[in-house]
Design a protein around this ligand. Structure first.
Ligand SMILES: [Fe+2]
Length: 186
């Protein structure tokens, strides 16, 4: 389950219904998908996509997404710092940013056109869609690991357009949840 914080209001939301309501109010699509026990940390991208085919097809039909892939990031990923530096500054895209988290954790900061900045810490089982044009930035949590399904409307559209507002520098990406894959930490 995601954890939402609104730093400027000193507020943390952990109740699932309240999270859903709050994210809807700032136009962020959020869903929880049932875990698929057929996949494990060693599963291939094809196996992950096959396990979630039904949900992916439902989103494709609803959002006009044409392709899905699986991204894997860990501390050994070549060029990791450069990759992260592209997305931890406030930006927007010409298409929705849709991610379903398989493993690991990260924090999306969203700056609505009106209202306070919200930080959404996502974990395994969370589906988030940041609509096109939304100002946002993304950081990994301390162990710098994430595996996620991505959906695209047009691969060319998914490049960052920076706002250069500098707002991002006022917010520290604070991760409140467990650092490791929940199954592994219990
Ligand atoms: Fe983005």
């Amino acid at each position: 389950m995601a954890i939402v914080t609104i730093p400027d209001e000193n507020r943390t939301i952990t109740d699932p219904e309240e999270i859903a309501r709050y994210l809807e109010s700032i136009e962020i699509v959020y869903e929880r998908w049932e875990p698929q026990h057929t996949i494990s940390p060693g599963s291939t991208a094809e196996e992950v996509l096959a396990a979630y085919r039904e949900e992916i097809d439902r989103l494709k039909a609803r959002g006009g997404y044409v392709t899905a892939d699986v991204i894997d990031i860990n501390p050994q990923t070549p060029g990791l710092d450069a990759m992260l530096a592209k997305f931890n500054r406030e930006h927007w895209h010409d298409e929705d940013e849709v991610r379903f988290i398989i493993h690991g954790r990260g924090v999306f900061h969203i700056r609505p056109r009106t209202g306070a900045v919200a930080a959404i810490e996502v974990e395994a089982g969370d589906l988030i869609s940041v609509p096109r044009g939304t100002w946002h930035w993304f950081d990994l949590c301390a162990n710098r690991e994430i595996r996620a399904i991505r959906l695209f409307q047009d691969m060319a559209g998914w490049t960052p357009n920076y706002t250069e507002s500098g707002v991002d520098s006022s917010y520290q990406p604070v991760c409140l949840g467990p650092t490791y894959f929940p199954q592994a930490s219990q």
